[in-house]
Design a protein. Structure first.
Length: 422
């Protein structure tokens, strides 16, 4: 039996990450086990793997497309779980919420989530973890607080799985740190294979200028944002500039912000988030929720795609006044209310036209094609690149760039495909 990489999820698709690294004994470590959702919000699981074959499960970060299926591995056995402490804390919060929303479609419940977390070995960046015949090491990757790439040594081959990563500095995070790491095989995200993000500081300035224009004219700005990382990024941006108008924070973003503040070592500037939590207003109930849109200010609220959460309530409150604004700061997937708003300018089942100002700002925490090339430049000894977590057409073009720049074999596997480790 030969060591190999098996792509169980994120092959030629964005999300549903699941990568198994097998050794010559027929044992494996599993890197992430996430879900995507169909149009009816039913979770779509990755390919099957037997939990009894696992020497370890590594969760690289807390987004559901990387952790949402993981508890299903702990129903009958308890393979060791490896992650940073912050990833575990935020994952529990998101998984419990997912059970509330999608419970009938899940093979696990709250008790199984706690069983999974009881098997956890928390690890720091750079710390080596032995798992059967594997050596594991978490590497800082700049995506969201607590996130990590994973370096796996198996049968003499070093495999780096970047997971989601970012090569740009944000308010919460410093860029990924891959300098000098030796890896024979690199499994790298390609979410934005052929897209180039605008310069981050320019996006921040454009966003802040637009916010001030609306609020100083007497309007309210609704910022629908993902609860994990994106909301806290906007909170920190406004706090850094000493924004003097009310900023309200609603939804799960409140709890995530408090968890981030409790783990300051995973933040680029923990004092900035503490300042935001101290100065901004956390919505504690319906009295606050009704009060928030009454005066000029900013409301940061989940869900980032307007698909549920308090942001829907606020949208209805502010939508018919041209002085107000909806500033989207997250990717809007197809078949979501946010995508409908961007493409058609309407919201709700009846297709009500939006009267408020609408803009989208690129605050992505994923690297772009330039960042993938830059990350590979910083690594040493790379013989083979495997592109995952991206759309196939863009991956083909990115693979061509990688081959031109580095002259290494670049593969774009489908889900279910295995790649031998020479």
């Amino acid at each position: 039996m030969q060591a190999r990489v098996e792509v169980l999820g994120s092959g030629r698709e964005v999300g549903r990450a699941a990568i198994a690294v097998w050794d010559s004994r027929g044992r494996a470590v599993l890197l992430d086990y996430g879900v995507n959702f169909d149009e009816e919000d039913k979770p779509l699981f990755p390919g099957h793997i037997r939990p009894k074959d696992l020497d370890a499960v590594v969760l690289t970060h807390s987004h559901l497309d990387h952790v949402g299926a993981a508890p299903s591995l702990y129903i009958s056995v308890k393979p060791p779980l490896v992650a940073t402490p912050l990833t575990l804390d935020v994952s529990r919060l998101l998984l419990m919420d997912m059970i509330k929303l999608n419970g009938p479609f899940l093979p696990y419940d709250e008790q199984v989530v706690d069983m999974m977390l009881s098997a956890a070995h928390t690890a720091s960046y750079g710390e080596e973890v032995e798992a059967g015949g594997f050596r594991l090491q978490l590497v800082y990757n700049g995506h969201i607080p607590g996130s990590a790439a994973v370096l796996v040594e198996v049968d003499g081959t070093r495999v780096l799985y970047t997971s989601d990563m970012n090569m740009a500095e944000t308010k919460l995070m410093s860029p990924a740190s891959f300098d000098g790491i030796r890896a024979d095989v690199v499994i790298i995200e390609s979410t934005y294979s052929v897209y180039t993000h605008p310069e981050r500081r320019a996006t921040e300035e454009r966003f802040y200028k637009a916010v001030r224009e609306v609020v100083e004219a007497g309007g309210t700005v609704l910022v629908p944002a993902f609860s994990v990382s994106r909301s806290q990024e906007i909170m920190a941006l406004l706090a850094e500039r000493d924004f003097e108008y009310p900023v309200w924070v609603d939804g799960m973003a409140r709890q995530v912000a408090e968890l981030y503040a409790a783990h300051p070592g995973y933040l680029r500037d923990p004092a900035l988030l503490r300042k935001a939590l101290r100065e901004q207003r956390l919505v504690r109930g319906w009295a606050d929720r009704r009060r928030a849109p009454r005066k000029p200010g900013v409301i940061i609220s989940s869900a980032g795609t307007l698909k549920g959460g308090p942001s829907l309530y606020y949208l209805r409150r502010i939508a018919d006044n041209p002085r107000n604004a909806v500033f989207l700061v997250s990717f809007q997937p197809p078949n979501t209310p946010g995508r409908q708003l961007v493409e058609e300018g309407v919201y709700g089942e009846s297709g009500t036209p939006l009267q408020a100002r609408l803009e989208w700002f690129d605050f992505s925490s994923h690297t772009d094609g330039r960042g993938v090339i830059e990350a590979l430049r910083r690594l040493r000894g790379v013989q083979r690149v495997i592109l995952v977590h991206g759309e196939y057409d863009g991956q083909v073009r990115l693979a061509e760039r990688i081959n031109e720049e580095f002259g290494v074999e670049t593969l774009i596997p489908e889900n279910g495909e295995s790649i031998p480790l020479e």
